[in-house]
Design a protein around this ligand. Structure first.
Ligand SMILES: [Zn+2]
Length: 355
């Protein structure tokens, strides 16, 4: 039983990120783990986070959607959690997978701030952010229900501080260190100047943030993989490309797809803020061009050796149903498949295990 629980926690762990380009929703861990009516189990249970991660994937049709978790440091000594759960929270914090605020800091205002700065949806019963969804019990799991009167999408606040790289003076800060340049969380502005939410320390400006395009691979309407193309780099996509900076779509292809898609099919390259795509395939790459979310796309074929500029609303089609597009500009489409559950390994009664 214990082994299965740790497998579920590992599956949840792979879907945690404080990088707003990878995350799709933001939650207050204290609230989520205490939503006892979701499963009728013990008052506090870390596995409830998995129910919410699944509900978000379901709502978005996105098997790779990460959750931005904010927690109060006091949870690490909360005796309503098991010692294993407290240890896991500490590890997630040390690894920079979740954001932990000093003990006693109100979490909800920080969750609202993250939502406002990044446009990420708040997943909470409290509401008050826009957009926000309440996790509620539903047949077969948990569903996210939009709070009434909330717009479905909100543009993030344009804050020039988000275009900078920040470092925290606290040694080894897992949120704002030198190595974490592209995927930094937003600073907190509760005290006016950009501050580390984890340590309360004033952040140091380390220069402009390198441009990076967040991309997603969508198969039959379901997002299966997210990746970034950082400035000055090339990412090769294909059935089974070799080397570093590659995205392999082979595992998602059927037999016809495996025959059609080349081992190295296309190359994405970001130079001076311009993303280009070059075709390196046998059968060619199809582009669906559009300049805005509501426009009808125009089809363009690229053949081997051709390289063109990619617009932010364009979709790359490697094979029927296998698309690559900017993760934050995906055209709406209802998935033909159900996202994979992080709770797949959970024993049936996992949430009811007594401490
Ligand atoms: Zn810090």
């Amino acid at each position: 039983m214990r082994f299965e629980v740790s497998k579920v926690l590992d599956a949840i762990e792979r879907r945690l990120s404080i990088d707003p380009a990878v995350a799709a929703g933001v939650v207050d861990l204290t609230e989520v783990m205490r939503l006892g009516d979701l499963d009728g189990g013990r008052p506090a249970n870390l596995l409830r986070l998995g129910l919410v991660v699944d509900a978000l994937a379901q709502r978005l049709g996105d098997s790779a959607a990460a959750t931005y978790v904010v927690a109060d440091r006091a949870l690490m000594s909360d005796t309503e959690l098991t010692s294993n759960e407290r240890m896991v929270i500490r590890r997630w914090s040390d690894d920079g997978l979740i954001e932990v605020l000093p003990a006693g800091t109100p979490v909800v205002p920080r969750v609202r701030e993250i939502s406002a700065l990044t446009g990420l949806a708040m997943i909470t019963r409290v509401g008050g952010g826009s957009p926000s969804y309440a996790p509620l019990p539903a047949p077969g799991g948990v569903s996210l229900v939009a709070h009434s009167g909330q717009p479905a999408v909100a543009p993030p606040h344009a804050n020039p501080a988000l275009g900078r790289v920040w470092t925290c003076p606290e040694f080894g800060c897992p949120s704002f260190d030198e190595s974490r340049t592209a995927g930094q969380p937003p600073p907190t502005f509760a005290k006016g100047a950009p501050t580390c939410p984890r340590h309360g320390a004033r952040l140091v400006d380390a220069g402009p943030r390198p441009v990076s395009w967040p991309m997603a691979v969508r198969v039959d309407g379901l997002v299966r993989h997210r990746f970034a193309v950082p400035s000055g780099s090339t990412v090769t996509v294909g059935r089974a490309p070799e080397g570093a900076d590659v995205v392999a779509v082979g595992p998602y292809l059927d037999e016809a797809g495996i025959r059609w898609v080349s081992r190295s099919h296309s190359r994405l390259e970001l130079r001076d803020g311009v993303l280009t795509i070059g075709d390196t395939s046998t059968n060619g790459t199809t582009l669906l061009r559009r300049t805005g979310p509501t426009e009808k796309p125009k089809t363009e074929k690229l053949s081997n050796g051709q390289r063109v500029q990619l617009g932010e609303w364009d979709v790359i089609v490697l094979f029927e149903g296998v698309e690559i597009a900017r993760a934050d500009r995906l055209p709406a489409r209802s998935p033909a498949k159900t996202p994979e559950s992080v709770m797949a390994d959970a024993p049936t009664q996992a949430l009811r295990i007594a401490r």
